[in-house]
Design a protein around this ligand. Structure first.
Ligand code: NAI
Length: 759
């Protein structure tokens, strides 16, 4: 073939990266690995094989950690805690810095090993996975040094159990371990069974960095091993990334245990292209969005939403680009798409595509064939897809793009939000106003404007809705590994109820009032801005007053009212919300000192920030409302007022179940709310017996977060019931509402919006 021929066809030759280093490393270990526990290597009785997806061959065997070894790892982490926490933040930061340097020094070994283990192209491991992992340790080395000044009154949680998936093995490890260590925790981390190898190499890095024994423990094994870690009683925090299904199992398993939990789950992220977008840029963005890492990315832009006027033009460009993509040996530097991690995953992709075709989708795949050896799947485009169809709703986790059209920006937002997920979104338009508007309206933790799949340690990552909760990266990511130590609840508060003992509960309908000709006056519920009688017409008596006893229908009505009011209230400017709360504070003056003034003050101060990410551009964050918050109130009036006002101050709507023992302040409150400017449905109050009402509220899929203050059995119940729609939970007997910033954090979720700069 002549040079002219090559230039004509633009055919690439192979450019293979050598696996020699990796083979030497594997041979050095006799291709057999145990667990890294307490700074030493421990063999397991059982083991499993690890495969190279690029050619299907066995790379090595790895130990299956049994329950006793999980226990040993947790104990090692616990033993290491005092020493690790005895260091200053700066001293811990130095260790993280050394780890970052070690990752960089061994970057090639890591990159090749990752590609062999996972099947992802060497270009990606070399240019993205490994550098980003190192960056994460550098970034958190800095946070460790700044921790005491930046997070005063916070302490580490203790032993953290961390479970990661197979799609970004080293990067997910870094996302988990770096912040945990920076905050003074010790960890037991379990890599996914398909891809344990860079985790094991990382264990060696820890030794090389001189990290004290037991600070990091790496255990390998399957889901049973993960479950043993989750269920271990001496673990203080579980951090999980993986499927939504397993996330639910873990939520259930940790309910009522007091373990802090962060979940980074699946997604079905929209890639929205408006008619004024730079279409060639969007096509390249799409390649990155859905064919990066074979589409096995939780935030993959797997749903293309394109404005109808340019749909055909864009799809034509996409098909042409797909024809030029190269699938092949992950170690070949000239390929775009590598191998699928395992045959079971390949099968899942095949099945879902088949299902899509049965439901009427049309398929486009390039004319070329994938390599026969190894586990490959071609880039695939599905059109003629209905928004409700399986392939538009379910995470395929493969190189499969589904395309749909829209006409107006509103329709784009509706389609974008039309799944249970909310992990990320990509918005393509040259119109700055439209970009920011869509970024604000799409429910997702990360929005990329005219870019996609950008990650950085400074920019927190995590989901809304069933994509999970908690963030990794940024200051908000650190909070996942810290506990705040608050002052006790004020003893000097002179609010209505504090010193009163609650009256007896009468859980049956009372005899009608009217003695001596007085009119019967049963307090009502407050739903949708109106006083309403309880559905069952029942009441109960507290301190001689008849309190409406709501039932599950009342809760459902209240949730509906809160849902109806949510959008408009969330879009009401913070300044306006603050003014409305000030007005409420004025009207509550007769109650004595109360926290509403402070809540009003905070409402327009809890602002987002700007991050310096390593690209020409920046990310800005918005502290967005969570949606509908169900509040199961504690006994104190301060709690009732502060929880309600700060939740709505942050733009949420609420369904409040006041204390059954002390409901009178709540019924007095709604009379004042009625005269306030708070729109109907923003605050809904359902009095009654809390135990009767909680199940309906905690089960309700229209509730996005539930706050519960009470005994541990109740907390366990609420957490268990949250599994349905994976609503966020804040369930505690502790009443830390003196810390207003903490309250704001609980009432919001961080959205990171990436804005590139340049022509
Ligand atoms: P998975 O969620 O089962 O596995 C993730 C991790 O959890 C692995 O380390 C696994 O060993 C562990 N695990 C499994 N069962 C567990 C349990 N009961 N308790 C504790 N840990 C447990 O994901 P899998 O089976 O590898 O992939 C299935 C599907 O999940 C994929 O097709 C994809 O749709 C989705 N997925 C999503 C990921 C994401 O980042 N959002 C990552 C991996 C998979």
């Amino acid at each position: 073939m002549s040079v002219t021929d090559i230039l004509e066809s633009m055919e690439y030759g192979p450019a293979p990266e050598s696996p020699q280093f990796v083979n030497e490393w594997l041979d050095h270990h006799q291709r057999r690995f145990g667990q890294f526990i307490g700074g030493s290597w421990v063999q397991s009785n059982e083991s499993f094989e690890v495969f190279n997806p690029g050619n299907g061959s066995v790379i090595c065997t790895v130990g299956q950690t049994d329950d006793a070894q999980v226990d040993a790892a947790v104990r090692a982490a616990r033993t290491a805690l005092p020493l690790w926490q005895g260091l200053t933040g700066e001293e811990r930061g130095r260790y993280l810095y050394v780890i970052a340097r070690q990752i960089q020094k061994h970057a090639r070994l890591f990159a090749v090993l990752e590609s062999m283990d996972n099947g992802k192209p060497i270009r990606e491991t070399r240019d993205l996975d490994i550098p980003l992992a190192a960056r994460h340790f550098y970034y958190h080395a800095g946070w460790a040094a700044l921790l005491e000044t930046s997070f005063p009154n916070h302490q580490a949680l203790g032993v953290c159990g961390q479970i990661i998936p197979w799609n970004f093995p080293l990067l997910m490890l870094a996302w988990k371990i770096a912040p945990a260590l920076a905050c003074g925790n010790t960890v037991v981390l379990k890599p996914a069974e398909f891809t344990p190898l860079t985790g094991l190499l990382f264990a060696e890095i820890c030794t090389a960095a001189g990290l004290p024994a037991g600070v990091v423990n790496i255990i390998t094994g399957d889901g049973a091993c993960g479950a043993a870690l989750v269920n271990h009683p001496d673990v203080n925090k579980i951090a999980f990334t993986g499927s939504t299904e397993v996330g639910r199992i873990i939520r259930r398993a940790t309910a009522g245990t007091g373990k802090k939990l962060s979940l980074e789950l699946g997604g079905k992220s929209p890639f929205i292209v408006f008619e004024d977008a730079d279409l060639d840029g969007a096509v390249e963005g799409l390649v990155d969005a859905i064919w990066f890492n074979q589409g096995q990315v939780c935030c993959a832009g797997s749903r293309l939403l394109v404005q109808e006027s340019i749909a055909e033009k864009l799809l034509k460009k996409i098909r042409a680009r797909m024809e030029n993509l190269r699938v092949g040996d992950p170690l070949d530097k000239a390929i775009d798409i590598g191998a699928i991690v395992a045959p079971v995953q390949l099968e899942r992709i095949n099945e879902l595509v088949q299902k899509g075709l049965e439901e009427g989708a049309e398929i486009f795949q390039p004319t070329w064939a994938c390599p026969r050896e190894g586990w490959f799947y071609p880039p695939t485009l599905l059109t003629n897809v209905e928004p409700a169809s399986t392939v538009a709703q379910i995470e395929i986790f493969g190189p499969v793009l589904v395309a749909m059209t829209f006409r107006t920006p509103c329709e784009a937002v509706e389609l974008a939000n039309n799944t249970v997920y909310g992990l990320a979104a990509s918005v393509w338009t040259e119109n700055i106003n439209l970009a920011h508007d869509i970024a604000a309206r799409v429910k997702a933790g990360t929005i990329w404007v005219n870019c996609t799949n950008q990650f950085d340690a400074s920019s927190g990552f995590g989901g809304f809705r069933e994509s999970g909760y908690g963030r990794e990266g940024g200051p908000e990511g650190l909070r996942e590994y810290l506990a705040a130590s608050f002052q006790p609840v004020s003893e000097t508060s002179n609010l209505a109820n504090e010193s009163k003992s609650p009256g007896p509960l009468t859980p049956y309908p009372l005899s009608p009032g009217g003695a001596r000709g007085e009119l019967d006056r049963t307090h009502k519920l407050y739903i949708g801005g109106k006083q309403v009688r309880p559905d069952g017409n029942y009441s109960f008596e507290v301190e001689g007053q008849e309190i409406a006893r709501g039932n599950r229908k009342d809760i459902r009505n209240a949730v509906e009212a809160a849902q109806n009011a949510a959008k408009a209230w969330a879009n009401t400017p913070a300044f306006t919300r603050a003014q409305i709360l000030y007005y409420l504070a004025e009207n509550l003056q007769d109650w004595g000192p109360n926290p509403v003034f402070e809540c009003a003050a905070m409402t327009d101060k809890f602002e987002g920030s700007v991050h310096e990410v390593p690209m020409r551009g920046f990310t800005y964050t918005r502290n967005e409302p969570i949606g509908v918050i169900g509040i199961v109130c504690p006994n104190s009036t301060e709690g009732l007022l502060k929880l309600t006002c700060m939740a709505i101050g942050m733009g949420n709507t609420v369904v409040v179940i006041p204390s059954s023992e002390n409901p009178i302040p709540a019924v007095e409150l709604y009379r004042i709310l009625e005269m306030s400017d708070i729109p109907a449905g923003v605050v809904n109050i359902v009095t009654g017996l809390q135990d009767e009402l909680i199940p309906t509220l905690a089960d309700h899929d229209g509730v996005d977060s539930i706050w519960y203050f009470g005994p541990p059995e109740g907390a366990a119940d609420v957490e268990l019931r949250s599994c349905g729609n994976l609503k966020q939970t804040w369930a505690t007997r502790y009443e830390p509402w003196l810390d207003i910033r903490y309250l704001c954090e609980r009432a919001t979720q961080v959205k990171n919006i990436w804005i590139p700069m340049g022509e």
